[in-house]
Design a protein around this ligand. Sequence first.
Ligand code: ADP
Ligand code: MG
Length: 310
Amino acid sequence: MKSLQSLGEFGLIELFRKRPIKKHPAVLLGIGDDAAVLKGDKEGDLLFTTDLLIEGKHFHLGEATPFEIGRKAIAVNLSDIAAMGGRPLCAVAAVGLPAALKLPFVLELYRGIERTAQKFGACLVGGDTNQSDRLVISVAMLGRTFGRGKAVRRSGAKKGDVLFVTGELGGSYRSKKHLCFIPRLKEAEYLVKHFRVSAMMDLSDGLGSDLWRLTGESRVGAFISKEAVPVSRHARSFSGALRDGEDFELLFSLPPQEAARLAAAKIPKEMAVFRPIGKIVDKRFGVKLVRVEGRWEILPETGFDHFKRK
Ligand code: ADP
Ligand code: MG
């Protein structure tokens, strides 16, 4: 039997996904996207997602304030709701707290959770409290799409579509962006209300990994222009920018005419920049990095895998 390490995080998720579970009629989309999609009402479908933050892995007690830790626990879920093209509704937060933590720390952690939820239009409606050796926080969040059938999946990218990212990639841990990033809810709302977005996801494991998830789900390939990838000044290198993870930017695709409309659109000032980085091609071409002078290389699948890297 394979080990967890050899399977890796994504191999393991594939195993979970392939297990024969009887689907509930309310489930429109199960495991495999940024959030599950459930039948809602005429206002929209429901989105349901969760993330787990572990001390020493997703944050370090000496480097992050309790407020920032609470903020991040909510924001990573908000980012997944944005990635589905939705808006957040409410959240529950389960915490495992070391007994030695001071009360003011815990109250600040909660202020970070509540304030951030509120700021982005969500509210905290429950949770669970336990004692644990390390600080762990798991938030589960419900969201809603802007209309029925409007969830944007990872699987809808088509040959000829243009790939975009928001903001800049890489160096998220060094710059502390992983603690204070803005979930791209505004951008997602703008995109789904004005454009026919064919596929979207948020970049949590690095473009070098997440692009493989999107193309895999869509059964397509992609050519990425190396020069077009917006590398943050905090990234150590180009390959670092592909690999670092925790960018929490959006990766999305638009059919060519929609992409031209986006390029010509007057984007509201308060939004992150939308940059075209490449295009979707037939699956048989794979996922490749192309340089201006025409040389290309296969994009290595280099992103973060919780079981494969320490
Ligand atoms: P994201 O980075 O967007 O949060 P993940 O890579 O964590 O997404 O997960 C990918 C998909 O696998 C999601 O649909 C998620 O719900 C599902 N998934 C992850 N872990 C589990 C698990 N332990 N059981 C069931 N589904 C899981
Ligand atoms: Mg995601």
